[in-house]
Unconditional design. Structure first.
Length: 283
């Protein structure tokens, strides 16, 4: 069959749809958080620690921000309850406007959010407490971190579990910038910049930048100063605060050196440039 010679179209091409106003929390969610997967993983850790998962579990999400994780938690079962606490009213207001309305009324009733300080405000009793996205690293003095860990211990029900995520490795002991290209909600790049590292204090300054396709780079949308706590430091402090046991969940490795997404209790880790681990402390 003879191919037809293409004819140039005289029709005007439609202009690309304009981008929606930039929503920093939406882009943060799509680049940093995976609430449904994260909450299912927390439940798996609880099962691994306790051997059984009751029909309903109460989670407290410390430093909850927009509390997207809490909203995902209550979707795991009809009797799952979530409490969230955060100092900043802005992300809490965002979560009330954007995430709570997505839940059925009965699930919304099981999400309880408090604007408060984890060091001062009453902490809801829970079976599982979590401080994710390295949020506890805002506490850069041992005495302050011990005070927080002690309050968590006292707030947990007997046999309760406290989960932290921790990052480290030589990669985080120097200035660097990492770019990740993503497609949702629109094509964009996520940048994590480490501006500095102080070897005496182990404090590091981080910035998150975003760049949507066709737009200038939005710099320092989020900025943090963290202490890069070592895993043995954290384990020893948690035990000092009364926890019965502290286990480290370490990710397996593929042949190319990348993580395989499978986390197991480990007593020894690999020597690698950067790593992410979870600590689970049981009351």
């Amino acid at each position: 069959m003879k191919k037809k010679t293409p004819v140039a179209s005289t029709a005007k091409k439609a202009a690309p749809a304009p981008l929606q106003p930039f929503d920093k929390y939406l882009y943060y969610l799509n680049s940093v958080q995976s609430p449904d997967e994260n909450m299912a993983f927390l439940r798996t850790i609880y099962l691994d620690q306790r051997g059984v998962v009751p029909p309903g579990l109460t989670l407290r999400e410390d430093f909850c921000g927009t509390f997207a994780n809490s909203c995902s938690w209550v979707k795991l079962g009809p009797s799952y309850v979530a409490h969230g606490i955060d100092l900043d009213p802005e992300p809490i207001a965002y979560g009330r406007e954007h995430y709570l309305p997505e839940l059925p009324a009965e699930a919304r009733a099981r999400v309880h959010i408090t604007e408060g300080d984890v060091l001062e405000s009453p902490l809801a009793k829970c079976d599982l407490a979590a401080a994710l996205n390295f949020s506890f690293c805002f506490f850069r003095e041992r005495a302050v971190l011990k005070r927080y860990f002690t309050r968590v211990f006292e707030s947990l029900n007997e046999g309760g579990v406290f989960v932290l995520d921790v990052m480290g490795g030589p990669f985080y002991q120097e200035t660097n910038e990492h770019e990740l290209e993503l497609d949702e909600p629109t094509p964009f790049s996520y940048f994590l910049e480490q501006e500095s590292f102080d070897p005496i204090t182990c404090e590091a300054r981080f910035h998150i930048h975003f760049k949507r396709k066709g737009e200038p780079k939005r710099k320092k949308v989020f900025s943090y100063t963290f202490r890069m706590w070592a895993l043995p430091e954290l384990r020893d402090l948690l035990l000092e605060c009364g926890f019965k046991s502290v286990d480290c969940y370490w990710e397996g490795t593929l042949d190319d050196g990348e993580g395989n997404g499978i986390w197991s209790r480990m007593k020894h880790g690999e020597d690698c440039d950067s790593w992410l681990a979870y600590l689970a402390a049981t009351r």
